[in-house]
Ligand binder design. Structure first.
Ligand code: CDP
Length: 244
């Protein structure tokens, strides 16, 4: 439920000092978990997301196998300590929904037909949450899938746009999300501008929607470059330093 309205823009700046079109600081680390086939830590401002990918591996139980393709699962989980009011552990309606849309945002880029009868399991854990967690999770998962060596058409990048105090802004934090008028998370293949997820909470006019989408596309291009650079840095270093 939305809380009472507070002023979110003062002297043309947002409460955290950002301009309307600024992303929060992003940090990406690839290959942080030893047991996973691919992993990624993704920080977006105060969001801290960890993604682990396992597979392709034989899908169990067998009746859940697909004879033609791999079956992709995605589990989004917010740690109880990741938010101000402790979150009850375990799945809930929200995490089921976020898991579903996140899986669907990545599904189109994964070349699942290469691995019939297998499972590709993606786990995303939110250690700290400050709105935009599904977008941080998708960004982390996309890099972790690539790090696992899973053949993909491209990376998926994700960000939210929203409306606060009547202004269209990029990448809402939790205060802005709680007190703002609209929030629209988007995921896309940045290089081809192919949208793979678009959700909307609140209302935009047609013009605001179009401006918001343009802003999201621009930010996804920036995020894509950071994801790509993180992967290149990790693997060019690994070869050079004789890591596994
Ligand atoms: O995180 P995201 O924006 O993708 O999803 P949301 O459902 O719009 O949640 C926005 C934010 O609300 C989360 O990132 C958390 O900071 C907060 N939240 C919370 O404090 N407790 C919950 N049980 C769920 C969300």
């Amino acid at each position: 439920m939305k809380e009472e309205k507070i002023e979110l823009i003062k002297d043309g700046k947002r409460l955290d000092g950002r301009d309307f079109e600024d992303l929060r600081p992003i940090k990406i680390e690839v290959g942080v978990l030893k047991r996973a086939d691919g992993s990624c830590y993704f920080e977006l401002g105060n969001n801290k997301a960890l993604a682990a990918v396992y597979g392709p591996r034989e899908k169990h139980p067998r009746h859940l196998q697909d004879a033609k393709t791999a079956v992709v699962t995605y589990r989004y989980n917010m740690a109880p300590f990741s938010v101000d009011d402790r979150k009850r552990p375990g799945p809930d309606r929200r995490s089921v929904e976020v898991s579903k849309v996140s899986r669907e945002s990545l599904d189109p880029v994964i070349l699942k037909e290469y691995y019939p009868k297998t499972a590709i399991d993606v786990y995303v854990e939110l250690l700290q949450s400050d709105a935009g967690t599904r977008t941080a999770g998708i960004n982390a998962a996309s890099v972790a899938l690539a790090a696992a060596g899973i053949p993909m058409r491209d990376l998926v990048s994700s960000v939210a746009v929203g409306k606060i105090d009547g202004e269209v802004v990029l990448d809402l934090n939790a205060v802005e999300d709680n007190h703002g008028e609209a929030d629209m998370p988007v995921a896309m293949v940045a290089r081809t501008d192919t949208i793979t997820m678009l959700q909307m909470d609140g209302r935009f006019t047609k013009d605001e929607f179009e401006r918001g989408l343009k802003l999201a596309k621009k930010a996804c291009h920036e995020i894509y470059e950071l994801q790509r650079t993180a992967l290149i840095e990790k693997y060019s270093k690994s070869v050079g330093e004789g890591e596994e």
